[in-house]
Write a protein that binds this ligand. Structure first.
Ligand code: NAI
Ligand code: MG
Length: 339
C-alpha cells in the first residue's frame, strides 16, 4: 500500500531539498503516492495566491504533507503560509530534535535534545494592530489554557515514549506575568501527572545562555511559539547549523513535515544546499507512519555517510552537491534495507 501525501516543493532551495528527500525516502522501499502542490512565494507569483485552494484541498484529503521552505515577505505582504498551514490543520505540536552527527563541527560532542514548540498561538496568533495616527504597533501574545495544555501534555507523552528523563519549560513569566504565567502554571499542573519525568523551568534568556555552555544538562524542552522558533535555530547551531535539523508539525489527525530552516535565497538554485534537515523530517514522517525500520535505516545511513566528510555538502566542509549527497545516502539506505 502506498501512503498518499501532499508534496510541496516550496521556494528557494525548497525544490532541491525536496527532490533529495524523496530520493532517500523512496530508497527505503516504503511507497508514497505524492500529490504535488504549490505554496509560498512561487505560488503567489504563479496564481496570485500564496496558499492556493488546491493545496489546502490536497492536505484536507491526505492529512500528510512533506514541504519545502516557503519565503515570507518581511514587514508587509502576505502572512506566513507556514504559519497559516500549521493553524489551518491545527498542527499544534512542533517537534524539533537536535542530535549531533559525525563531522558536523558543532561546539559540542554528543548533543541530544528535543524541543517541543507550541505551534498555533502566542505571538504567531496574527492578532496585530497598527495605530497609524499615533504610530503605535501592537502584536498580541495570545496564550490559552487549551493551547498550553495540549502542547505540554504532548511534550510529556512524547518525552515518555522516547525515554527522556527531564522536561524543562521555557518562559518569560517574570515579565509576561499573564501569558507567561498561564503557560508556566499549566506546565506545573500537568507535570504532576508525570512523576517519572523530572520537570523544571527556565526563563528564556537564561536558557539561551545555558544551552550554549552546557547543553548536556538538558534533555527535552517545551515552550511557546516565538521562544521555540528562536531556541530551535540556536540548537541547530549546536549541531552544525540549519542544514541538519528536521522538524515535524503534528496535530490530532494531520501532520506536516518540514525543515527548521527557511528558503535560503543566498544559496538557492546552486545545487549546494544540505538536504539533511528535510531528510531528517522525512525520517520523522516515517516514524509517524509507524515505518520504524525504514526510519531507522535512514538514520543509520545518515550516521554512516556523515562518517566520510568528503561526502557532505559545503556547509559542513564537504564537496558534494545536494543531489550527489542524496544519491550516496539513498545507496546506503538500500544496502541497509537489503541486509
Ligand atoms: P534561512 O533558514 O533560509 O537561512 C539562514 C542561513 O542558513 C542562510 O545563510 C542559509 O544559506 C543557511 N541555510 C539554511 N538552510 C540551509 C541548508 N539546507 N543548507 C545549507 N545552508 C542552509 O533563514 P532566512 O534567510 O532568515 O529566511 C529566508 C526565508 O525563509 C524568509 O522568507 C523566511 O520567512 C523563510 N523561512 C521559512 C521557513 C519555513 O518555510 N518553515 C522557516 C524559516 C524561514
Ligand atoms: Mg524559524
Amino acid at each position: 500500500m502506498a501512503y498518499s501525501a501532499t508534496l510541496i516543493p516550496g521556494d528557494g532551495i525548497g525544490p532541491e531539498v525536496v527532490r533529495a528527500t524523496v530520493t532517500v525516502l523512496e530508497a527505503t522501499g516504503v511507497e508514497f503516492d505524492w500529490d504535488e502542490q504549490q505554496a509560498g512565494l512561487s505560488a503567489f507569483e504563479a496564481t496570485g495566491d500564496p496558499l492556493p485552494e488546491a493545496t489546502l484541498a490536497s492536505i484536507e484529503t491526505t492529512r500528510l504533507a512533506l514541504k519545502g521552505p516557503l519565503t515570507t515577505p518581511i514587514g508587509s505582504g502576505f502572512r506566513s503560509v507556514n504559519v497559516g498551514l500549521r493553524q489551518a490543520f491545527d498542527c499544534y505540536a512542533n517537534l524539533r530534535p537536535c542530535v549531533t552527527l559525525p563531522n558536523t563541527q558543532g561546539p559540542f560532542e554528543g548533543v541530544d535534545l528535543i524541543l517541543y514548540r507550541e505551534n498555533t498561538e502566542g505571538l504567531y496568533a496574527g492578532i496585530e494592530y497598527f495605530d497609524e495616527r499615533n504610530q503605535i504597533a501592537d502584536s498580541i501574545n495570545r496564550i490559552t489554557r487549551k493551547g498550553s495544555e495540549r502542547i505540554v501534555r504532548y511534550a510529556f507523552e512524547d518525552a515518555k515514549r522516547r525515554g527522556r528523563k527531564r522536561l524543562t519549560l521555557v518562559h518569560k513569566a517574570n515579565i509576561l506575568k499573564e501569558s507567561g504565567g498561564l503557560f508556566l502554571s499549566i506546565g506545573r499542573e500537568i507535570a504532576e501527572e508525570y512523576p517519572e519525568i523530572a520537570f523544571d523551568d527556565r526563563i528564556i534568556d537564561n536558557m539561551a545562555m545555558q544551552l550554549v555552555i552546557r547543553p548536556d544538562e538538558y534533555d527535552a524542552i517545551v515552550t511557546t511559539n516565538m521562544f521555540g522558533d528562536i531556541l530551535s535555530d540556536l540548537m541547530a547551531g549546536l549541531v552544525g547549523g540549519l542544514g541538519v535539523t528536521g522538524s515535524a508539525n503534528i496535530g490530532d489527525d494531520c501532520a506536516l513535515f518540514e525543515a527548521v530552516h527557511g528558503s535560503a535565497p543566498d544559496i538557492a538554485g546552486k545545487g549546494i544546499a544540505n538536504p539533511t534537515a528535510l531528510i531528517r523530517s522525512g525520517e520523522m514522517m516515517l516514524r509517524y507512519l509507524g515505518e520504524t525500520a525504514a526510519a531507522d535505516a535512514v538514520f543509520q545511513a545518515l550516521r554512516d555517510v556523515y562518517g566520510e566528510k568528503a561526502s557532505l555538502t559545503g556547509d559542513l566542509g564537504g564537496t558534494a552537491t545536494t543531489s550527489e549527497f542524496a544519491d550516496t545516502l539513498a545507496a546506503r539506505v538500500r544496502q541497509i534495507v537489503a541486509a
